[in-house]
Design a protein around this ligand. Structure first.
Ligand SMILES: C[S@@+](CC[C@H](N)C(=O)[O-])C[C@H]1O[C@@H](n2cnc3c(N)ncnc32)[C@H](O)[C@@H]1O
Length: 435
């Protein structure tokens, strides 16, 4: 186990040796931010409208498409989250297909790729006050929002749900979600929905002010800011490409609409999931029922039983053997059965490249070299390992835990992320040359 951990890229001085000894270990340090300067920051354009957990930085996709793609190649991302892959794909003229278990994908994607819009003259206050309230189907509604604000929140969401103009809905959704969070006891510093004395204090202070006015201002300023961000996006020259969006879909039960050239994805993390739980408040206000949200949570990897998949990786076996507790072994196996279950069938429909973005993880303090496991598994399925690019996480919004929710034990934060590049073309070319 320790031997495996030491082979992971964390020790830079050993890199050359590894490269010379075993070309399959080709790991090269990079800074994706500097490799795609045409995207000036991670929050430029519409990439940062919403703080989706573990969102790609757009420069990773930009680099991948510039290096391995050409305009017109079809892109697939089965764990699309916020939809960054699609938003970037348009800039390089690539049609795409996105999947995610989280229903939010479809809404965020629609908002982020809109053409620039002019400011509309809306009397938001009047419109909201005259709206029929919308009350979410949420048993804990009173626990999460101050009673004083519930009427205003319900009317604002009533206004949203009754809107017929889809463009306006797209523009108002994210500001409304952000304002709803602000008018809740949720601690904004944590990515997960969680109450804290600090958040309670914040609400207490807010309610001493002209909070109704603040409420409307927040939504309106958010709306204006999206108009600006759409203009920034337009300056990157996005193309009107074909796209397929499958949200609220379980990757294990979905099938792609057609073949793609490149699959680029960042699968859920072994030690930091619960994407549904972290977006629960949004889902309730957007109209999803408690039962539906609970059901979605049960489909998240690795919190579920999944069909067994053969894992072709000695490193996987070694790591599994190094785990003593049965419940941790179960979580570990479920994770790989789930992620590889989805990727195994999808890779058959990918013509050129698999680009897998993964972070190393820990189980009981033992490093799990994720990129090695992914690389070994997919090379044994016939893919050729081109290179693994190792980036240091600077601002990607990650879950910060003292304990891992999947295992209940303490974890270290992930510090680097690895883009594993696998090609089909060269593998088959090599195969042909050998024969
Ligand atoms: C690391 S995040 C992807 C973030 C994305 N790259 C972005 O830029 O926002 C992993 C995603 O996997 C999704 N996921 C988890 N279990 C899933 C399943 N069974 N089917 C489909 N998606 C799933 C989560 O909802 C989450 O959005």
């Amino acid at each position: 186990m320790m031997k495996v951990a030491q082979m992971a890229f964390s020790q830079q001085p050993a890199q050359k040796e590894i490269l010379l000894e075993n070309p399959a270990f080709k790991e090269v340090p990079v800074l994706f931010r500097s490799l795609s300067p045409e995207i000036p920051s991670t929050s430029y354009a519409t990439f940062g409208l919403y703080r989706y957990p573990a969102k790609f930085i757009p420069q990773v996709i930009a680099y991948a498409l510039k290096t391995y793609g050409v305009s017109g190649m079809r892109i697939m991302d089965p764990f699309a989250g916020y939809g960054t892959t699609g938003i970037v794909s348009r800039i390089y003229g690539n049609p795409y297909e996105l999947w995610d278990l989280n229903p939010l994908l479809k809404f965020f994607h629609s908002a982020a790729v809109m053409s620039p819009q002019e400011e509309e003259k809306i009397d938001l206050k009047k419109a909201v006050e005259n709206s029929k309230p919308y009350v979410p189907d949420w048993g804990s509604l009173n626990y999460w929002h101050p009673e004083e604000c519930l009427d205003l929140l319900s009317k604002a969401w009533g206004y949203f749900h009754q809107l017929k103009d889809q463009r306006l809905k797209n523009l108002l959704l994210i500001p409304l979600l952000k304002t709803t969070h602000y008018f809740s006891f949720n601690d904004e510093k944590r990515l997960k929905l969680s109450r804290s004395p600090m958040a309670d204090k914040r609400i207490e202070t807010l309610l001493e002010k002209d909070w109704k006015n603040i409420f409307y201002k927040m939504i309106w300023n958010g709306y204006l800011s999206i108009l600006l961000k759409l203009k920034e996006y337009q300056s990157l020259n996005p193309q009107p490409v074909d796209c397929v969006i499958q949200s609220a879909v379980d990757g294990l039960a979905a099938s792609p609409e057609k073949e793609s050239d490149i699959l680029i994805t960042s699968p859920p993390y072994l030690q930091a999931q619960e994407y549904i739980r972290s977006t629960k408040m949004d889902l309730f206000w957007m109209g999803y029922s408690e039962e539906f949200i609970k059901d979605l949570g049960k489909k998240e990897i690795p919190y579920r039983d999944v069909p067994v998949v053969q894992i072709h990786s000695p490193t996987y076996d070694e790591c599994l053997n190094g785990i003593d507790e049965a419940h941790l072994q179960k979580m570990f196996k479920r994770y790989f059965y789930g992620v590889f279950g989805i990727l195994n069938s999808l890779q058959e429909k990918i013509r050129k490249y698999l680009l897998l973005f993964v972070g190393p993880a820990n189980v009981r303090g033992n490093a799990i070299p994720m990129s090695q496991i992914f690389r070994e598994h997919f090379t044994s399925l016939g893919w050729k390992h081109e290179i693994t690019l190792v980036d240091t996480i600077v601002s990607r919004s990650m879950f910060l835990y003292k304990t891992n929710p999947a295992t209940g034990i303490s974890d270290n934060r992930m510090k680097t992320e690895h883009l594993i590049v696998l090609s089909r073309e060269r593998a088959s070319l090599l195969g042909r040359l050998k024969n």
